[in-house]
Every structure is written in C-alpha cells, then in structure tokens.
Design a protein around this ligand. Structure first.
Ligand code: BES
Ligand code: MN
Ligand code: ZN
Length: 495
C-alpha cells in the first residue's frame, strides 16, 4: 500500500477529500481555530470522547469537514505503543467499509517513533491474504496520507516504517502461502525475483552444490521429500566491499511434518509457517533495498521439506555436518537445527562482523515466552544489547535467554559427536546450545520466533516478525559504522 507524509494543519485536513478522516487525539489535546479540533474538544468536554488509546467516536457529515466519515481516535500519551494500539482498532473499519483513501491527521506533534508506529499499524490492520483464493475480498485501503504539524521532523522515521511495512508484507505473503505454493524451489525463485527487481545479488544452490559443500545435516532433513532442497544466498551491498557483512540466516522448512518422528495431526497445517525465519530474511532484504543503508548484509536460507518417507532419515542415523562434526539424529522432528547448523558453518566464509539466525525452532520457546517476545540467545553482549534495543524500538520485542554450558550436557551421544536433542527441560535453550557448536569465531545471536512468527486461531496468519527488529538493528549498525573509521582505510596523518 501507498503512504504519503504531509505537513497538514487540522484546518487543511478538514478540507481533504478522502473516504475516512481520522484525527488522533492525545492527552492534553487543545482545540485550535478550526472545525475539526473544535469538534474533538467539545466531544472530550462532553465525555463522549476519551484520549485513552483506542477510545473513539465516529461522526458523519460533521460541519466544516469535507469528508463525510470522520473518526476521532484517542491515542493516550501519543507514544509509539499507544498509537499502535489505537490504530490497530481501525482494522474492521479499514477492511469492511469502502475505505480506499484514508487521511490520518494529528494536531499534536508526535514522536518520530509514534509516526512509525502509526504507519506500521495501518498496514497491519488492513493487510489481507488473497493469493490462493479464487474470489478474494481484495485489500481496500490503497492509500494513506499521514498529516502531521511538521513533516520534516519525522521524515526519517516515516521512511523507515514505510520500508519495514514493505518488508513485513513481503514476509507475511510468503509465510502465509500454503506449502504446495511455497516449495523450496518457489522460495528460491522469489528470492531471485526480489534480487532482480531491487538490485540485490542472489545465488541459488541446488542438491548437487549442497552435497559438494558437504552439508550432510541439511541434506538429511531434505532426503524424505521429493521436492528438491534449495540453499538460498542473498547479498545486499550498501557499504564498501571491505566492510565485514552481517549475515542473516533464516530457517526455511516449507513444511515440517516431523519426518519419521511424525507430529500429531492437530494443527499440523501450521507447520507451513516453519519457513517464517526465511520469509523474514527475504522481507528484511526487501526493506534494505528500499532504504539503502551503509551496511553489507548476506542472507542465507536453507530450505526444504521435513517429511516421512521410505528414503527419510531415521532416528539413530548419524550424519556428518559441513563442520565435520557428526550428529546422531535421535528425533527427526528437531530438523531446524540440522538445516541451520550447516548454514552457520557456511556463514564463516564471509568473515562476518555478526551472524543472526531466525528460526521457528522450538515449541518450548512458545511455552517459555508465549506470543509476545521472541527468544534471544547471544554469545556476545554487545550484539545482544543491540538486538534487544532494536526490538524494543521497533515494537518487535525479544527477551534474552541463557546459554550456560551446563545446558549442553543432554546433547551428548554415544555414537556421534553430538545428538540433535536433549531431554524435555529447557528445550529452547538446548536447541540454541546445539547451534552454538557450529558457530565460528564471530559474534552470534539466535532468535527463536516459534511463538511470534505467526498467529493461531481465528486470526491465523503470518506476522512478518522479526523484520522490524532486524531492519532497526541493521540501521543501527550502519549508523555506528558511519561514525567509526572505515576498515582498510589509513587514518589521516597528523599534521
Ligand atoms: N518447527 C518446530 C518447532 C515449533 C513447534 C514451532 C510448534 C512452533 C510451534 C520444530 O522443528 C520442532 O518440531 N521442534 C521440536 C523439537 C523437539 C523434537 C526437541 C519441538 O519443539 O517439539
Ligand atoms: Mn520439527
Ligand atoms: Zn521445524
């Protein structure tokens, strides 16, 4: 969808032609000399409107307002979280009524973060999935104008949010597609098309190349499916070539039936979302291509299906990973870590400044953190702090989890260097400990997004998380690099 940021006085907003005009009303609201804010002030005074986030009053044919449909919307303290909460309540209005053109206006100056939150919430509230429907109800909202007192003051936050929206919607689209419409092959084609359209580089590795690379763990997952695996590699270059890249690794299991350790049937359809990490890598690249920050980023996606079959890997089988470590596969349903461990080994060749993997890795992480925060595991304090801060800033939060070596005890195997599962306790942590064995000498973080990548129940669908967190993190890296001296460049000689 299309967003436009404008400097707009309430009087000018009242004169806008659109299908719905929304006036944000924050604490401390005061009327100006125009019909719109005067109306809101009267409604507040009469007790028909509150500034509480999400409280609202619908008006029709208000005098002095050009558009017929007007909504006065409380946004609490006007902070990002309150604005997000309030704008999300517009979802039924944006989806049901004929709202093609929306103007959202605020008479009070908003923090840049709050402007970003408004843009993101408008996308979230109006998104509809249509791809595999014969007669879809299409998305109605095509254009949203954001009117603020001073557009220049919030321009950067607006541009970031618009790019995040493009990335999140891209991620949601691919994660939502059913597994028969989002095979590893199709995911590879989507990456290639994205790269071509947006000026990125893309390399696709098929089964033969992956075998040549020695990715025995990844190949073991794929061997039970007749869909050929893909190892997807994306490159975004925003900084000089010598600048070490950030590598993003996304779990791309396009369907996880569990393999021979077959999952129970209830809710198994949701395992089409098991490529949520991959979708978020693609979405992040979509946003990078739009924002063009001064940072180099590599994206790696090991993608395949995990199915039971006569050729499928069996519990007890031992495979050799790209790192050389042998793995006893005690549970074929712990497949994500097998695909990821080879991608993490591959990442070392880029001499990265940091590697961040994203994976719908464990049901145990859902038990630990629910659907609010993603699990964050990190071997590096600075990287952990940056990711946590980026998540908070982007309203895409995560929570630090431990990596004590004692948690790795249960991964011992009598028949290989390591087993792919430990016992039931701390399942999200033992999965992270498994991954950590395959990380080279670079700062590494792992985001377990099993609870946050999609929603279940009546609102079933992908969320596009953690695209926002990653974009904010990468913009922070670019910012820090701009201030620091460039590597490989000689410092200017003192006079
Ligand atoms: N993709 C699942 C994790 C998952 C489960 C995400 C439910 C979201 C909701 C993963 O491949 C898996 O099956 N993990 C197992 C690991 C276990 C066998 C150690 C799990 O969590 O049960
Ligand atoms: Mn699994
Ligand atoms: Zn899985």
């Amino acid at each position: 969808m299309d967003f436009e940021l404008k400097t707009l006085s309430p009087a000018a907003a009242g004169a806008q032609r659109c299908d719905l005009l929304v006036l944000l009303v924050a604490d401390g609201f005061a009327a100006g000399h125009d019909a719109l804010t005067t109306l809101a002030a009267v409604a507040l005074k009469q007790g028909d409107l509150h500034t509480r986030a999400g409280a609202s009053l619908q008006c029709y044919g208000a005098p002095g307002v050009a558009t017929r449909r007007l909504l006065l919307l409380g946004v609490g303290d006007g902070g990002a979280a309150a604005v997000r909460k309030a704008v999300l309540t517009l979802a039924p209005l944006l989806k049901a009524a004929a709202t093609k053109r929306l103007v959202l206006v605020t008479a009070q100056a908003l923090q840049p973060q709050a402007v970003g939150a408004a843009v993101r919430a408008l996308s979230e509230a109006s998104y509809v999935y249509t791809t595999t429907k014969n007669k879809p109800e299409p998305r109605l909202l095509a254009r949203a104008v954001l009117g603020v007192p001073d557009a220049a003051a919030v321009h950067d936050a607006f541009a970031t949010a618009a790019a995040v929206v493009a990335g999140v919607e891209f991620a949601r689209e691919w994660a939502n597609r059913p597994a028969n419409h989002a095979t590893p092959t199709r995911l590879g084609e989507a990456a290639r098309a994205l790269a071509r359209e947006r000026g990125l580089a893309c390399r696709l590795h098929g089964p033969a190349q992956v075998a040549k690379l020695g990715m025995g763990a990844f190949m073991a997952v794929a061997q039970g499916s007749s869909e050929p695996l893909r190892f997807i590699e994306l490159h975004y270059q925003g900084a000089p070539k010598g600048q070490a890249p950030v590598v993003l690794v996304g779990k791309g299991i396009t369907f996880d039936a569990g393999g021979i350790s077959l999952k129970p049937p209830a809710g198994m359809d949701e395992m089409k979302f098991d490529m949520g990490g991959a979708a978020s890598v693609l979405g992040t690249f979509r946003a990078l291509a739009q924002l063009r920050p001064r940072v180099n980023v590599v994206g790696l996606i090991p993608s395949c299906e995990n199915l039971p079959d006569g050729k499928a890997v069996k519990p007890g089988d031992v495979v050799t990973s790209m790192s050389g470590q042998t793995i006893e596969i005690l549970n074929t349903d712990a497949e994500g870590r097998l695909a990821l461990c080879d991608a993490l080994a591959y990442a070392a060749r880029f001499k990265p400044q940091a590697v961040v993997d994203l994976a719908t890795l464990t049901g145990a992480c859902v038990v630990a953190l629910g659907h609010v925060r993603s699990g964050l595991f990190a071997s590096d304090e600075a990287l952990a702090a940056r990711l946590q801060a980026a998540g908070d800033e982007a309203l895409d939060p995560c929570w630090r989890m431990p990596l004590d070596d004692e948690y790795a005890e249960g991964l011992k195997s009598a028949f290989a260097d390591v087993a792919n599962v430990a016992g039931r306790p701390a399942g999200a942590v033992t999965a992270a400990k498994f991954l950590q064995r395959f990380v080279g000498a670079f700062p590494w973080a792992h985001l377990d997004i099993a609870g946050t990548a999609w929603k279940t129940g009546s609102a079933k669908g992908a969320t596009g998380r953690p695209v926002a967190l990653l974009v904010h993190y990468l913009l922070g890296v670019a910012e820090a690099q701009r201030d620091a001296p460039q590597p490989g460049r000689r410092a200017p000689r003192a006079a």
